[in-house]
Design a protein around this ligand. Structure first.
Ligand code: HEM
Length: 471
């Protein structure tokens, strides 16, 4: 596979022929960084999303070549095409035969070794149809109306319990990211996966290790009581890797990095085959596909990993992002309090405005054209949901937050064969939480500076100090 670099030609320097020599001046300020570099650098996002740079690129170079400069201790990469317009993002995502999820997987950075690539390709997210379609069909059928109704009941109960704890008394302050938003996705996920109540702390540990790999603020989270768990938890915990001398855990996006998660998933699957519950994963394990085949142990373990990450990290950022939308727009808060029936439509605008997952990657299977650019086989193609969701060709006044925006064809949950399987549950959680929060408060306001995740993949909120007054 060729790894072309695509240096851009330097702009021509214009000089008047008879200009007198310039007098000596203070040293010139450093040249501004190219928009593509700003957009790529994970450190950029600790100060917020560079919407101006994205808008310029979307207008001028809608399929832009981005050099992968070394960042965060990672070496330089071969570079990638960044797709910024809504129509082009859809066009990439609905053609898996041309823009593959399997060839190089779906993260911007290539897996470290061919074995690591092989490994992540056992996950539905990193497969192409028809392999992916089989697992997806089995899984979609496992979200039966009864199972979903039960999950939604659970979500409402969890949201009430969290808000009972946080919004007690006449008013106060909290960290919305940690105290309100962090628990709900994990509790809902534990219900989906059928993880016994006493083992739920394991999910907290795994998710913090995944998030912490990018941002050291999360790295050590293991505030749990192993004695309280099941025998499955104890067996898995014996395999938990130890942090290295710098306190860093191994890469959680590999099998070796999460041996405890895989061991637990294996034990849980055995238990569910022996004693099925009424959770989605028990239903999944009991199903057979058209050829009579069942979900294998390895498929289940990989699905467990995918859910534990996809179903948690995303919402853990989406919920505080939605809260920020309300803090920045007090008039929207009041409108939603006055008429809670606006919430289902508002939830989609909160998701569009924040867009928790900013990018996903494909690899070109053949040479092709996109947005006027020639793309070679083997090149990385990265779609920007953040940019597509602010595309002025699709959204009127795209930077404004309009809780009545309809239609709202945002791409927060992707598009095409990999469209998010948890979209319905994610929306249910957003609705349930904000129904409770808005009903219990008469105002929410910033009580300090939020702090954002250093990542070009997840638009994350680490801390969100909020003050509230009871309704
Ligand atoms: C706001 C929250 C969420 C966001 C922004 C989000 C976003 C996404 C996106 C963009 C994709 C497409 C990836 C691609 O095209 O390669 C995806 C796939 C997926 N999501 Fe979500 N997600 C969210 C919540 C959830 C939840 C709660 C679950 C599980 C309960 C979940 C499970 C999955 C799974 C299993 C896939 C892979 C589907 C496939 O490969 O066919 N997600 N998600």
């Amino acid at each position: 596979m060729t790894q072309p670099s695509r240096p851009k030609a330097a702009p021509p320097v214009r000089q008047a022929p008879d200009t007198p020599p310039a007098p000596p001046r203070d040293p010139a300020p450093p040249a501004p960084r190219p928009d593509t570099e700003v957009v790529f650098d994970p450190a950029t996002y600790t100060a917020g999303v560079p919407f101006d740079a994205l808008a310029r690129l979307r207008r001028d170079i809608p399929v832009a070549w981005v050099a992968e400069v070394p960042v965060l201790g990672w070496p330089a990469g071969p570079g990638f095409w960044l797709v910024l317009r809504h129509a082009d993002v859809e066009s990439v995502l609905r053609r898996p035969e041309l823009f593959s999820s399997a060839l190089g997987a779906t993260q911007i950075r290539d897996p470290a070794t061919p074995q690591a690539l092989d490994y992540v390709r056992r996950m539905m997210l990193n497969m192409d149809p028809p392999e992916q379609s089989r697992l997806r069909r089995l899984l979609s059928r496992s979200f039966t109306p009864r199972a979903v109704a039960q999950l939604e009941d659970g979500i409402r109960g969890h949201a009430r319990a969290i808000c009972d704890r946080v919004f007690a008394g006449p008013g106060g302050e909290c960290d919305f990211a940690k105290d309100v938003a962090a628990d709900l996705p994990l509790l809902a996920l534990a219900d989906v996966l059928g993880v016994p109540e006493q083992d739920r702390w394991l999910l907290f540990d795994w998710s913090n290790r995944v998030i912490g790999y990018q941002d050291p603020d999360y790295a050590s989270s293991a505030a749990f009581d192993p004695a309280a768990g099941t025998a499955m938890a104890a067996e898995a915990l014996a395999l938990r890797p130890a942090p290295d001398r710098d306190g860093r855990m191994p890469d959680p996006r590999t099998r070796e990095g999460m041996p405890d998660l895989y061991a637990y998933a294996h034990l849980l699957a055995e238990e569910k085959r022996r004693r099925p519950g009424d959770d989605v994963m028990s239903i999944l394990l009991a199903q057979a596909d058209e050829g009579g085949g069942r979900v294998s142990a390895a498929e289940f373990e990989n699905m467990f990993w995918l859910f534990a990450v996809a179903g948690n990290e995303t919402l853990r950022n989406g919920l505080p992002g939605a809260c920020i939308a309300l803090l920045e727009h007090p008039e929207a808060q009041q409108a939603l309090r006055a008429d809670p029936s606006l919430l289902p439509v508002a939830v989609d605008e909160m998701l569009r405005w924040w867009t928790p997952v900013m990018t996903f990657r494909r690899t070109a299977a053949r040479p092709c054209e996109l947005g006027g650019q020639h793309i070679d086989a083997g090149e990385k193609v990265v779609v920007s949901f953040t940019s597509a969701n602010r595309d002025e060709e699709v959204f009127a006044d795209p930077d404004s937050f309009d809780i009545r925006r309809q239609p709202n064809p945002h791409l927060v949950f992707g598009h095409g064969p990999h469209f998010c399987l948890g979209a319905h549950l994610a929306r249910s959680q957003m609705r349930a939480l904000f129904e409770e929060v808005l009903a219990r408060t008469s105002s929410l306001a910033y009580a300090g500076q939020p702090s954002y995740l250093r990542s070009n993949f997840q638009r994350g909120v680490k801390r969100l100090p909020v003050s509230w007054v009871a309704a």
